[in-house]
Design a protein around this ligand. Structure first.
Ligand SMILES: NC(=O)c1ccc[n+]([C@@H]2O[C@H](COP(=O)([O-])OP(=O)(O)OC[C@H]3O[C@@H](n4cnc5c(N)ncnc54)[C@H](OP(=O)(O)O)[C@@H]3O)[C@@H](O)[C@H]2O)c1
Length: 410
């Protein structure tokens, strides 16, 4: 649709945390946007569960801003909007990580724009950077802290010695976590964002179901205090990387050495590091969520849609999604304090080609703790070593392991 009266009509689906912030932001910027684009943006209707009609809004709108979330009826409504020539801006990572190809395809074949900067890392402009600024670079790896709730919780656990449950309650009290935080803390939210980033960075279809993810619910305060002794920072890290001719996309807690660019990202902030031979490494960081912050990314997308066309091109290849990758690990063992225990553990590890980089040993009366970092090893081998360790009579509790990102930067 093209406006003939100088007004650019925006239909808003959803008036919750982000939708209401967007509705407030739009009139405040309308004059400036008119100067930039020659068109004055105006809301032409709002749909919530209780009010407004999608049919009526679709009839009037030049562009649909979708801030309802969910898959149904959202997917169908966005397809209909694009088929009838409307641009779409959305922040819905769950929808894009499951039905992105269908939606991007629909946008292309109808000559409209589908923009989604707010779907990943809030206001951090990582989508634009991957699609535009780095379009000429061959990307080797993307690492991200893409969930602010979990980063806040891990930061508080490390800073105060709180348990996971205590830090989660603080996050909820301060508005950094939802009443139902399941998707954040179990890694699913970050997995959806990494599926989108991987698709853009590697130009290959990636579905949420192909992303392996782990959350932070099992992290113990002493994992963080021992890590501190070893000079490590714990983060929930999303990774998408070229590996053995394929692509690995995963989310899990990982320890970082202090010089890693993501090690200094604290609290509810997000950050994404893009690595490529041509550019070495670029890190972008900033607020990862929040109504006004995400609404600002959505407004930026709306302005871009009003200027010249840009679209997400079709994928040009199908890369194999690799399951088994090489990782270093932190390993925490509660053992009997008796002679020969370390040797027994070392023998089991060596039997699976797992070699130890550093060890901290603590005696606790009849029990002792062995906390170690092992060199990078194929995860399937490490898992086999863990299974054998778990059966050792000298172990007083199941072994605990967390991945360590090995690279030293700077
Ligand atoms: N919150 C953030 O910081 C953030 C950050 C980045 C991305 N996002 C994404 O932005 C989107 C919106 O998030 P939010 O936090 O603003 O959600 P929210 O506060 O729960 O608001 C959702 C809004 O959508 C409406 N809605 C939901 N289902 C609907 C349906 N079937 N038909 C009509 N209206 C419906 C709700 O109506 P009622 O008011 O009637 O319930 C509500 O107004 C999600 O995709 C989310 O993943 C959010």
């Amino acid at each position: 649709m093209t406006s003939t009266d100088g007004v650019f009509r925006v239909g808003l689906l959803g008036h919750g945390t982000v939708g209401s912030a967007f509705a407030e932001l739009l009139p405040r910027h309308a004059e400036r946007i008119e100067r930039l684009t020659g068109l004055r943006p105006e809301l032409c209707g709002v749909v919530t569960r209780r009010s407004g009609s999608f049919e009526e809004i679709l009839e009037r709108a030049d562009l649909i801003v979708e801030l309802m979330g969910g898959i149904d009826p959202t997917r169908e409504w966005l397809l209909r909007a694009m088929r009838s020539g409307r641009h779409v801006v959305t922040a819905n990572k769950q929808l894009l990580s499951r039905h992105g190809e269908e939606l991007w395809d629909c946008a292309r074949s109808n000559g409209v724009q589908l923009r989604f900067e707010g779907a990943v890392a809030g206001v951090v402009p990582v989508i634009r950077v991957l699609q535009e600024a780095l379009a000429g670079a061959t990307i080797d790896r993307v690492h991200g802290i893409v969930n602010g709730t979990t980063n806040f919780i891990l930061t508080e656990m490390a800073r105060t010695g709180m348990t996971f449950e205590e830090a989660l309650r603080d996050a909820q009290r301060l508005g950094y976590a939802e009443a139902d935080p399941a998707e954040d803390v179990d890694g699913r939210d970050a997995a959806a964002k990494m599926a989108i980033l991987a698709r853009l960075a590697f130009d290959t279809p990636v579905h949420l179901d192909q992303v392996r993810y782990e959350g932070i619910e099992h992290i113990q305060p002493d994992d963080l205090s021992y890590a501190h002794e070893l000079g490590l920072e714990l983060k929930l890290i999303g990774t998408a990387e070229r590996i053995a001719g394929g692509l690995s996309v995963r989310v899990h807690p990982a320890f970082l050495y202090p010089k890693h660019p993501l090690a200094s990202v604290h609290g509810p902030f997000n950050a994404v590091t893009v690595e490529s031979e041509a550019i070495t490494e670029i890190t972008m960081s900033g607020p990862g969520a929040g109504g006004p912050q995400t609404a600002s990314a959505v407004l930026g997308d709306m302005i871009s849609a009003m200027i010249p066309p840009a679209s997400t091109p079709p994928t040009s290849q199908v890369m194999e999604i690799v399951g088994d990758v090489v990782s270093a690990f932190y390993l925490h063992l509660e053992v009997a304090d008796e002679p020969g225990v370390l040797a027994t553990v070392a023998q089991v590890l060596a039997g699976h080609d797992v070699s130890v980089k550093s060890v901290v040993q603590k005696g606790l009366g009849a029990q002792a703790r062995l906390v170690m970092v092992v060199h990078p090893v194929l995860e399937s081998r490490f898992d086999a070593a863990m299974a054998e360790l778990a059966d050792l009579a000298v172990l007083r509790a199941p072994p605990r392991a967390i991945r360590v990102l090995e690279e030293e930067f700077g």
